[in-house]
Design a protein around this ligand. Structure first.
Ligand SMILES: [Zn+2]
Length: 431
């Protein structure tokens, strides 16, 4: 007897008609035709059941602030930065908490149950840190929230930033952040990477830097991050986020850099929704896409994950906690349209970011936490194609969100009365 059984599910690895038995908040069985029954049973026949989605790169202190104190009319990074500067003095802990909790509600409905959020530590009052630490505890029953101390205005560039970052870590922020390409000079950028890596090593913390979010091919701070991570043994505890300058780098240099990144064991996070809109903005034509080299990094064995970065904040007015939207954009923007690569994009919002975040007990296997999503799609590629509806979201064995199937009723003579977009999966060699 299980607490919950999901029946006849398709799994991301291609197995089908699999039953998943859940007991005590963990997965107790993954097999065909499970004999024992569940206190509650969910029919998942032909539906993809996936581990819950994971967002390895987000800014929860800014989310849903679009319109405060005014809208970003031009949609440019510069107006976004100006807006955040106008908003910062007006922020309150209560407002930050309320927006973050509302965002988490949206995330749960979309099956997004693990989030790594950067938290701006530039304002020495650290209201953002206070608010997000509170939110981390509030949402713990349903979302794993990791926080990164992020000196958004620069670590060495702004007086007081070194002290603010230290205080944020002392208050309980989980991860060391930074923004080397925003320091005054290349030398100071590299110095900030070295200083921040030293802090991570000393405190035994992960490090996750906004690294080379630039179209400047000479922005090479990921090189220093990889080298320092190797020297200090940080390995998979270290992450380079964005790394968009790699897009514009000379191929010869990239051919030296990518093996260096692979050797170091650091993770790379690409943020396709944001970087396809923010990069290449100084170009006329041709226009660069400005995503990091996902395919080459993967081929070298680097753990690459896809992040969301922003939802309805001063920098990005769109988005909606939908990691399938992120995967879909990666496929288009990279571009990477082989069947293997599209399928990988689903991994890029589930398994690979779980590795980046060091999540324990993740995945659809016996002994793992029972955190999963039933999707209105037959397989991962179909889920990415349709940004499939999350029919049921399960956390620790309990249903915490559900959404009705998205089907259209047709009122056309001679055509079917009901259209389910999930019934359009390709049948290779079929009639
Ligand atoms: Zn970011």
């Amino acid at each position: 007897m299980f607490d919950l059984v999901l029946r006849r599910a398709n799994l991301p690895d291609g197995r089908f008609a699999i039953d998943i038995g859940i007991s005590g908040g963990r997965i107790a069985a993954v097999e065909k035709a499970l004999a024992a029954s569940g206190g509650r049973e969910i029919d998942a026949t032909g539906r993809l059941v996936s581990p819950a989605f994971v967002d390895p790169h987000f800014h929860m202190d800014a989310t849903l602030s679009l319109g405060l104190p005014r809208l970003n009319r031009s949609g440019t990074l510069l107006e976004g930065i100006a807006l955040w500067g106008e908003l910062k003095p007006l922020l309150t802990v209560e407002g930050l908490v309320e927006r973050a909790l509302r965002y988490c509600d949206l995330a749960v409905g979309r099956g997004l149950l693990s989030i790594r959020s950067h938290v701006d530590t530039s304002d020495p009052r650290l209201l953002t840190v206070e608010a997000l630490l509170h939110v981390r505890e509030r949402v713990r029953p349903y979302i794993d929230l990791q926080l990164v101390a992020f000196p958004q205005d620069g670590y060495l560039r702004v007086p007081g930033a070194v002290d603010s970052l230290k205080r944020a870590l002392d208050m309980g922020v989980d991860i060391v952040g930074g923004i080397p390409h925003f320091e005054r000079t290349m030398e100071e950028g590299a110095a900030s990477v070295r200083a921040l890596c030293a802090i991570a090593a000393e405190r035994g913390l992960p490090i996750d830097l906004h690294c080379d979010e630039s179209d400047d091919p000479l922005s090479r701070h990921v090189e220093t991050l990889a080298a320092e991570s190797t020297r200090l043994g940080l390995g998979a505890r270290a992450t380079g986020s964005h790394c968009t300058s790699m897009h514009s780098m000379d191929n010869y240099y990239a051919s030296k850099l990518i093996p260096l990144i692979a050797e170091s064991g650091i993770n790379v996070v690409a943020n396709p929704l944001i970087n396809i809109t923010l990069q290449g903005r100084h170009d006329t034509y041709p226009r660069r896409r400005g995503l990091t080299r996902i395919a080459e990094l993967r081929a070298a064995g680097v753990n690459v994950a896809l992040g969301q970065d922003c939802v309805m904040d001063p920098w990005y007015g769109l988005g909606g906690a939908d990691m399938l939207d992120v995967a879909n954009m990666a496929v288009h923007a990279a571009p990477m349209t082989s069947r293997e690569a599209i399928k990988w994009s689903f991994d890029g919002v589930t398994n690979t970011p779980a590795k980046t975040m060091g999540l324990e007990g993740y995945g659809l296997k016996v002994g793992a936490f029972a955190d999963m999503v039933v999707l209105q799609a037959a397989d991962p590629i179909e889920a990415v194609r349709m940004r499939a509806t999350r029919l049921v979201v399960v956390r620790r064995g309990k249903v915490i969100a559900s959404t009705p199937e998205r089907v259209a009723s047709l009122h056309l003579d001679g055509r079917p009365p009901r259209v389910d977009p999930a019934e359009y999966a390709p049948q290779e060699g079929g009639k």
